[in-house]
Design a protein around this ligand. Structure first.
Ligand SMILES: Cc1cc2nc3c(=O)[nH]c(=O)nc-3n(C[C@H](O)[C@H](O)[C@H](O)COP(=O)(O)OP(=O)(O)OC[C@H]3O[C@@H](n4cnc5c(N)ncnc54)[C@H](O)[C@@H]3O)c2cc1C
Length: 396
């Protein structure tokens, strides 16, 4: 492809949920008048985390900023179509506000209590529930070993994250953003500025600002500019099953004390858990480990929800987390030294819900040089240089 312009004000590397959220928020921002190019190496998105996600949103975090990012996400998703201008080409994102239920044994119950206080302080509707209260509302759980639950049925649930990405893309294009199928294989740098990208097709394109939205490949992209970014791909199996016995109501996204999660998806169920040994994955390894379901997940499910003793496996898939090995949280904003190189990386399993707030935040940073709606600076790259991990206790 040849360009009319050999230079863009903003180049975004990666066009999935993060890249397209930044692109759309820029195109929709009255204060931004520049040109934007999104470079995407695979426009089918078949292996992007965005396409292989479980696509949930929760407010149940231990850090206020993560709670606030998701509260913004909920508001944005609830009003998705009107936020995107009620365009006829923007379908609903089918938000199912069924809630998340964290279950805890006695030794960890204090963590739920501490987290709930943080969440309530931010305006989230999380409530703590005794086993009796849980049994009354959700009679299908076995609660023998459970001391406490925390549940939020208002604003937590799951939605069509892939559809959200497609609408961001469609409306960003309508707003003048250019998308090309190509791969960034080099980054040009002059001192503390990035000045352009080299594409696999052989072209070099100049930029004023460069955004790294390369998902699991974000570490590779950062290295092209001589910057260390602790992001690697980590495999996550997801399993889909049916159960003849009805629970009588949708299953909230339930997090068992073991780490197994499970939720309804229409009339069937989705489940998974982090692997025992969490190794860096090969970028091309999408083989499903069905033994994990048989050995590590089903026994836990059958114990927690006795109706799940008799279930039928339907299928499984693998997605890769864009895993931040430093502290499993997002790295957002400008590099402290190379200030026109910006990150939207390392979401480690909560990127879809964070995309509206991060897209908006980066668009503000690029346009105004500062965050306006929500200050995301706690999640900046600076903490890596300072070797100060951002500890979040509620990682799934
Ligand atoms: C199994 C699973 C379950 C999940 N569950 C949830 C959940 O419940 N809730 C939630 O919020 N999040 C969840 N996530 C996380 C979420 O899906 C991701 O954090 C999010 O999709 C990341 O989006 P992204 O755009 O940054 O990356 P990706 O979707 O990985 O996209 C990155 C894009 O960059 C492109 N790219 C890479 N390198 C280059 C290059 N050099 N040149 C050009 N293009 C390039 C890639 O082709 C890709 O399309 C889950 C993830 C997985 C895998």
């Amino acid at each position: 492809m040849t360009f009319e312009h050999k230079s863009f004000d903003v180049i975004i590397i990666g066009g999935a949920i993060m890249g397209s959220a930044v692109a759309w928020f820029l195109s929709a921002n009255q204060g931004f008048t520049g040109s934007v190019l999104v470079v995407e190496r695979d426009l089918t998105y078949s292996t992007a985390a965005t396409a292989l996600s479980v696509s949930g949103i929760r407010h149940q975090y231990s850090n206020a900023i993560n709670v606030k990012i998701s509260l913004y996400g909920t508001d944005f998703i609830r009003n998705f179509q009107s936020n995107l201008g009620d365009d006829a080409d923007v379908p609903p994102v089918s938000f199912e506000e069924r809630g998340y239920m964290f279950l805890s044994t006695a030794d960890k119950a204090h963590i739920l209590r501490e987290n709930q206080a943080v969440q309530a302080g931010c305006g989230a509707a999380t409530v703590l529930m005794t086993p009796g209260q849980i049994a009354q509302k959700f009679p299908f759980y076995n609660l023998d070993d459970i001391e406490l639950g925390s549940f939020n049925g208002s604003g937590e649930g799951w939605f069509d994250g892939y559809g959200m990405m497609q609408s961001f893309q469609r409306m960003a294009r309508t707003g003048g953003v250019a998308y090309i199928a190509d791969e960034v294989v080099g980054i040009e740098r002059q001192g503390n500025q990035v000045t352009g990208v080299r594409l696999k097709s052989g072209e070099t394109v100049g930029c004023g600002v460069l955004v790294n939205a390369a998902g699991t490949r974000a570490g590779i992209v950062a290295a092209l500019a001589g910057i260390d970014l602790p992001i690697v791909p980590r495999k996550r199996n997801v399993f889909v099953f049916g159960c003849r016995e009805k629970l009588g109501q949708p299953l909230p996204l339930t997090i068992d004390p073991s780490g197994v999660y499970c939720r309804s998806e229409g009339d069937i169920y989705i489940t998974g858990r982090p692997p025992e040994i969490d190794e860096d994955a090969d970028f091309d390894d999408f083989d499903v480990d069905y033994a994990q379901f048989e050995q590590d997940i089903w026994p836990v499910l059958a114990n927690r929800i006795p109706a799940f003793e008799a279930i039928k496996m339907i299928r499984g898939w693998v997605g890769h987390y864009d895993y931040n090995v430093f502290d499993q949280n997002a790295i957002i904003g400008a590099h402290p030294e190379v200030e026109n190189f910006m990150f939207a990386n390392g979401f480690s399993g909560h990127g879809l819900q964070q995309a509206p707030a991060v897209g908006r935040g980066l668009a503000e940073l690029i346009t105004y040089g500062e965050y306006r709606e929500l200050d995301l600076s706690e999640l900046s790259y600076d903490r890596i240089l300072a070797n100060e991990p951002f500890i979040e206790k509620a990682i799934i």
